[in-house]
Design a protein around this ligand. Structure first.
Ligand code: ZN
Length: 251
């Protein structure tokens, strides 16, 4: 066995046992245990970690811990400027896509509203989520930290809030999504791109009053429904504007 000293920063402390929070503590590790193994053994999913310093040097997840090592573990998107330092992951995901865990259907719909391809099915098994995340480069959104400890899940976000709107704000803030948002691009039900149609194509497919008052319509080629910029759309627009705006503001 070797003994290393750990210090976790910011919200990573939420995952630790109470006596280990917000302070340095020593921990016995198996010889050659990896940094990732120890961090997860202490309760922190590796997907929540952005930077690991061992004795002041940036290391990767597979770094083997030695006796006397001082290990500092930082969360994603910590205000600390970590750009010059090596990150634990080789590259960020180029296209931002999500898969949402059970009971996050509300968040999934709001992310689609913001234009982010988001898979969701309340009956996905954990193994299915892991496989889809790997095959399709999706970021896993969950409130299940055990799911985030699965080996092949490299990009995930442990969602702390409970209500869909608060979850949307949280995910926007933590993943800095405001600049990538493209609202009203996807069908909220089918998660596929909406297509603009000629006004006459909407005839008979929307209420008569709506047809008279509106000039622009879009349709989903999967569920065949037609959408227009009505009052629901305006409420959603206000939500999108407020989320994108607040995500820029300092905490
Ligand atoms: Zn649809």
């Amino acid at each position: 066995m070797v003994t290393a000293t750990f210090r976790f920063y910011e919200e990573l402390n939420d995952f630790l046992a109470r006596p280990q929070r917000r302070q340095s503590f020593s921990c016995a590790c198996a010889r050659n245990a990896s940094a990732k193994h120890m961090i997860e053994a202490l309760g922190v999913p590796h997907t929540e970690v952005e930077l690991i310093l061992v004795n002041g040097e940036s290391v990767g997840f597979d770094h083997a811990l030695q006796d006397g090592d001082r290990v500092a573990v930082y969360p994603k998107f910590e205000a600390l400027d970590i750009q010059p330092l090596l990150r634990v992951r080789e590259r960020p995901l180029r296209v931002i896509r999500f898969i949402a865990d059970a009971h996050m259907g509300g968040l999934a719909q709001l992310l689609r509203l913001a234009g982010f391809d988001t898979l969701y099915d309340n009956h996905y098994e954990d193994a299915r989520i892991e496989a889809l995340a790997l095959d399709e480069d999706r970021i896993v959104l969950t409130r299940d930290r055990e799911l985030l400890k699965r080996r092949t899940i490299t990009h995930g976000c442990y969602v702390r809030t409970l209500k869909p709107e608060a979850q949307l704000r949280e995910v926007f803030g933590r993943l800095d999504l405001a600049r990538s948002a493209r609202p009203f691009r996807l069908c909220l039900t089918c998660n596929v791109p909406l297509r603009r149609i000629q006004k006459d194509e909407a005839a008979g497919r929307v209420p008569e009053g709506v047809f008279e008052r509106h000039a622009q319509f879009v349709t989903c080629d999967v569920c065949r429904r037609v959408f227009w910029e009505g009052s629901h759309w305006q409420r959603m627009r206000a939500l999108m504007d407020s989320v994108a705006g607040s995500a820029h503001a300092p905490e």
